[in-house]
Every structure is written in C-alpha cells, then in structure tokens.
Design a protein around this ligand. Structure first.
Ligand code: FAD
Length: 471
C-alpha cells in the first residue's frame, strides 16, 4: 500500500468538512501535509481580503492543530513551493479543490501538467460550487447566459450529501518547516484601519456554521422582505465565509432545502441566491472575458470616464452628497462588506450618473471587500453597468433618493453610516473616520456635501449618452 504523504494544497477551501480533496487524502490512509501558498495571486489581493485571509489562516491553522495536524505556510510560485515540499517530505501526490476563474485555472493547469511530468499524482476535486460549470447545459448543449432558465434547470438537481470532517488526519513522520504567518504582513495594506475591520469579520468554519444555523433559525422565514432592507440584518452574511471556503455551498444548500421542507417558503429565495453565485462562476468559466472586458462587445464604444476624477474620489470616500450611496460606501470601508441593495445602488450611480467605467468600481470593491469573489464581483458590476449577460437594461437607472425612501424609510442605515448630519452620530459612523487615511482630510464635524451630480442631471446625461451611441 502506498504510504507516501499527500500534500493537500488549500486555497479558497479553508475548512475540514465537506472537503472532497482532504477526505480523499485521509481515506487513502496516507499522511497528509496541508499547505497554503502565498504566491503572486495572493500578493495581488486587495487590502481587506489580505487582512481577512490572515485571520482565516490563523483560525484554520488552529483547526488543523486540534486534529494533530498543521498548516504549512510557504511563499513563492506555487509549482516551486510544491516541488520543494515534495522533495522535503517524500510526498507522492498533491490534491486540491478546483477554482474556476482564469488566473487560478491557468496556474493550476500548468502545475498539474508539470507535477504529472515529475511522476507525481496531481489531482483536483470539486467543492467550491454546487454544480461544476461543465455539468449544467442548456437543451442545445451550451451554457446558460440568462439566470432564470439556469435556476429552473438546476433547482431539482441532486447536489450529493455533504462529507463529514475526517476523523483523523495522519501526520507525516517529519513536518516540513513553515513560515510564520505574522511575517507575511497580510494586514499591512489596511494601515490604521486593520484593527477596526478585524472586529467586523466572522472567521472560520465553526463561526460560519453557527452563522448559517442562526440565519436558518431566525432570519430565513422573513428573508424575502428583509433582504432588501439595508437597515435590517436580514441576510445570511455568509459571503465572506463562502469566498474563503470556510463553509461549502453544499452545506448552505442543504440547510436552505431543509428550511423549505419545514415550511419556511422564503428559503427558496435563499437557494436562488446561492445559484446566482453558481451562475457567476459558470459565466466566468465559459466566458472568461467577463472578468476583464465588456461581456457585450458593443459597450466598448461607450464613452466611459476612465480617470480618477474628483467625482470618482467622492464616490470612493462616501462624499457624493447622495445619502444611500455615501452610507453604502462607508459601510464597505468599515466592515468589508456592503448590503446587496447598496452594491446595486452605488454601482448604478458610478456607471450611470457618473458615467464611469465599471472596472474602476470593480477594482475599488476588490480592494475594500472581505467577501471579494472574482466571479460575483465581475458579474455584479457588469449587471449594474448594463454591459453583462442578463444585465439590467441601460435605461434602468436606479434613483438613489427614491430607493432610500423605499428601503430605508426610518433612516436606520443612513444613521448607522453617516456622521455629519447627526448631533450624536453612531459609533459605526464615527469609526469610518478612524479608519480612512488622514490625507483625505475628512472629519465627522464637516458639513455634509451637496450632491456632486443631482439624480435628474445624472440620469438625463447617461440616457443621452446611451441614445447617442445607438443603444
Ligand atoms: P445572502 O442574501 O444571504 O445570499 C446567500 C449567498 O448567495 C451569498 O453569501 C452569496 O454567496 C450568494 N449571492 C447572493 N446574492 C448574490 C448575487 N447577486 N450574485 C452572486 N452571488 C450572490 N458577492 C460576493 O460574494 N462577492 C463579491 O465580490 C460581490 N460583488 C458584488 C458587486 C456588485 C456590484 C453587486 C451588485 C453584487 C456583488 N455581490 C458579490 C453579490 C451580493 O451583493 C453579495 O453576495 C451579498 O450581498 C452577500 O451578502 P449575504 O452573504 O448576506 O447574502
């Protein structure tokens, strides 16, 4: 029987349960060497993601230690690191969970081919999605470019049972050396905001499972109404855990299904949201241009602003004078997440009222979000801008003022995030000023700004630009 160690290369799958690659390694009865590699893709992550990653690795390392195992940390190009580890441990195999965005796929394909050439068993597994992109097809054999038919096609599919945590993770005879997590300085890019952002993170597999349990017990029954109200904490907030793989989509799916069977009808909409995540990954897999270019090529002719103008800076800093936009931008800066309605409003405002390229927004989100996800972020931006598949039509320009009256009637959300207009601002609103760079020169005592573009002006300008281009 083969007793050489198996390296399990962790990436966006920092969990022990429902982890097919880890389970396969443990079931083989071979010693397991868990490793996380800080390569150029990790180096390219945004500031908030890096901090969140540091917290995730710390907690995951402890979860492995509880199983008498270890998380080995190494820095460098993935293939070099894996070859070093194979040499040091005598490993005969490397297992990992598949990712579906182009940079990750390109790297993994090269790694797999090179390891196989070295005579090493290199094997990838499912785990990051409910349905892998090549397993769902339209009747004519293509992939879905529109969400609703995809939902109808997959809603009854069997996703399989979630796998339990492995009982035992066998250790190698001798552990290879590991970097010290602190030496990676992953929180450095957050500067003085790091400690505050960390208080808004809910980290690790146990915390994610508790979060899911509480959502199903207390929130899912009213999800349809409350998910649209940013002042109410009515959604699962699982996106930060799903993006780091601290919980599997399959575990979330089964919990949603069970709630539905229990008579909580709103759970179906939660399942639908999980399928939006799948849809984003299917698009990223089949049409990788969605991550970098207008999905609909006719949008290449649109006269987007591509500069960091004072208006764009005001958008980034939550100083547009439009309360819904400013509250949402500050929520993201402080917590690393933003309510979905906020994301739709700020993205519509940037791309339509400010006629600014969605890529500027995409990059800012990538720097600020702890739940940044390559596929969902790109799909969300292209959906909002109108350039994506199944996107909001160009003439649908959200009015952020009437949206506020509709979804934040009592101004709970605005009060939570805007300090300037209140005698006694909330702690969360004040904390924004403790995080932002001092060079922005903002203080809670400033007057709240007039709107940089009125909602009517912005709408008219955008619609004129669309019709001049023949949209
Ligand atoms: P819930 O309402 O509890 O939904 C459960 C899960 O379903 C989420 O955790 C998420 O994984 C998935 N989901 C829900 N809505 C969507 C959606 N519209 N698209 C894809 N998946 C969805 N989501 C990210 O995870 N990362 C991103 O970087 C991201 N960027 C976005 C950018 C823009 C411009 C827009 C409009 C949306 C973006 N979204 C992104 C989607 C959505 O806003 C978040 O997934 C959601 O707000 C997360 O909150 P939640 O976990 O409480 O979601």
């Amino acid at each position: 029987m083969n007793k050489t160690p198996v390296i399990v290369w962790f990436r966006r799958d920092l969990r022990l349960s429902d982890h097919p690659a880890l389970t396969a390694a443990c079931d083989a009865g071979r010693p397991v060497v868990p490793v996380y590699i800080h390569d150029d893709q990790v180096a390219g992550l945004g500031a908030a993601q890096k901090l969140r990653l540091e917290l995730a690795l710390d907690v995951f390392g402890k979860a492995l230690a509880d199983k008498d195992s270890r998380l080995i940390l190494r820095k460098g190009p993935a293939l070099d690191v894996l070859r070093d580890l194979i040499r040091e441990t005598g490993a005969g195999a490397v297992y990992w969970s598949r990712l579906y965005d182009t940079p990750a796929k390109d790297r993994d394909t090269k790694v797999k081919a090179a390891l196989k050439e070295d005579g090493i068993e290199a094997k990838s597994f499912a785990g990051h999605l409910l349905f892998e992109p090549w397993t769902v097809e339209t009747k004519t054999g293509g992939f879905y470019k529109v969400y609703t038919p995809m939902w109808k096609a997959v809603r009854g599919n069997d996703v399989g049972d979630a796998l339990p945590r492995p009982g035992k993770i066998a250790a190698p005879d001798k552990w290879p050396a590991s970097d010290d997590l602190d030496d990676w300085h992953l929180r450095r890019a957050m500067h003085r905001g790091a400690d505050i952002l960390a208080t808004h993170c809910t980290v690790g597999e146990d915390a994610a499972n508790t979060r899911l349990g509480q959502f199903i017990a207390h929130k899912v029954a009213d999800y349809v109404t409350n998910r649209d109200l940013p002042g109410v904490k009515g959604t699962s907030n699982l996106s930060e855990n799903l993006t780091f793989g601290e919980i599997s989509p399959r575990v979330c799916w089964h919990a949603g299904k069970a709630a539905l069977e229990d008579g909580k009808g709103d759970a179906e909409v939660f399942l639908k949201e999980l399928v939006w995540r799948e849809f984003a990954y299917h698009l990223a897999h089949h049409t990788p241009r969605i991550l970098t270019d207008n999905w609909k090529a006719d949008w290449n002719a649109f006269p987007w602003n591509t500069k960091l103008t004072p208006e764009v800076q005001a958008w980034q800093r939550g100083r547009t004078g439009i309360r819904f936009v400013d509250a949402a931008m500050r929520e993201m800066y402080v917590t690393g997440t933003m309510h979905n309605r906020g994301r739709m409003i700020v993205a519509s405002y940037l791309t339509k009222h400010l006629m600014t390229h969605w890529k500027i927004g995409l990059d800012w989100f990538a720097d600020c979000l702890i739940d940044w996800d390559p596929a969902s972020n790109a799909m969300g931006w292209q959906w909002s801008a109108g350039s994506g598949p199944d996107a909001t039509p160009y003439f649908r320009v959200f009015n952020p003022v009437t949206q506020l009256d509709k979804f934040d009637k009592d101004r709970a959300y605005v009060k939570r995030w805007l300090a300037e207009e209140y005698k006694n601002p909330s702690d969360t609103a004040l904390s924004y000023f403790d995080m932002i760079p001092r060079s922005w020169g903002l203080s809670p005592g400033d007057a709240y700004p007039d709107s940089i573009v009125t909602t009517d002006e912005g709408r008219t300008r955008a619609l004129d630009a669309y019709s001049n281009r023949g949209f």
